[in-house]
Design a protein around this ligand. Structure first.
Ligand SMILES: [Zn+2]
Length: 231
């Protein structure tokens, strides 16, 4: 109903670009677990829905993928987005398993690490439109920085499991060539790690509706700016 209402009151401009907003993970395998025990999938679903609303307000068309939690195949996601002009995968971040510490929350032992925080963006050089993917990742990163968010940068660290080279350090963009959804998307594609949910403070920020709205509006604005350009 929410989507129907938005479509009814905010019609997309004729010829507007269509953005596929992909909710990372699914109910059975919900990704990372936050410092207080909430599955990443739920964070992704909240933020993706906000990004969809913000993008529609800017006149973009949208397609929300995996919102029901049953999209278990990664290639099913990019197949569903085959006609979209852009693919944006929405995720929340963790750290390498060997950096995890434990604490007690609500009488349950939980896993956390407070050393890293911030967003990061990934593009694949195996995507058919790497130039536009990178330009849009940079535009999203710049818009996020403009809205007060800070890139995490630790994915470039020379430690096991990381080593993701910078594509645009200032805007928090890395190359991650073998990410399935990025390399199988027919359109330009970017993966957003919106924040580090094993970080106890960042988890609270990521759960705040105000922060979600501010982040979604920056992501949509960056995308809209980039999609309006010719490549
Ligand atoms: Zn994820």
């Amino acid at each position: 109903m929410r989507q129907l209402l938005l479509l009814a009151f905010v019609p997309a401009a004729v010829g507007a670009a269509t953005v596929a907003v992909d909710v990372g993970h699914f109910l059975e395998e919900p990704g990372a677990t936050s410092a207080r025990g909430r599955p990443e999938f739920e964070f992704n679903r909240d933020l993706a829905a906000e990004i969809e609303s913000s993008a529609q307000r800017l006149g973009l068309r949208t397609e929300l993928i995996g919102y029901d939690g049953f999209m278990s195949q990664l290639t099913g996601r990019t197949a569903a987005a085959a006609r979209a002009d852009f693919f944006l995968a929405v995720h929340h971040d963790s750290v390498q398993p060997y950096l995890i510490k434990t604490w007690e929350y609500d009488s349950v032992e939980r896993r956390y690490n407070d050393d890293h925080a911030g967003f990061s963006l990934f593009v694949s050089r195996k995507n058919g439109q790497v130039r536009k993917s990178l330009a849009c990742a940079s535009a999203i990163g710049a818009a996020l920085r403009g809205a007060g968010f800070v890139p995490s940068l630790y994915h470039a660290d020379h430690i096991p499991g990381e080593n993701k080279p910078f594509a645009d350090k200032a805007n928090g963009v890395h190359y991650y060539d073998n990410l399935i959804v990025l390399k199988t998307a027919r359109s330009p594609a970017v993966l957003l790690e919106a924040g580090v949910i094993v970080n106890r403070e960042e988890e609270l920020r990521a759960r705040s509706p105000e922060v979600q709205k501010r982040m979604a509006s920056a992501v949509a604005a960056g995308l809209e700016r980039c999609l309006a350009k010719r490549f």
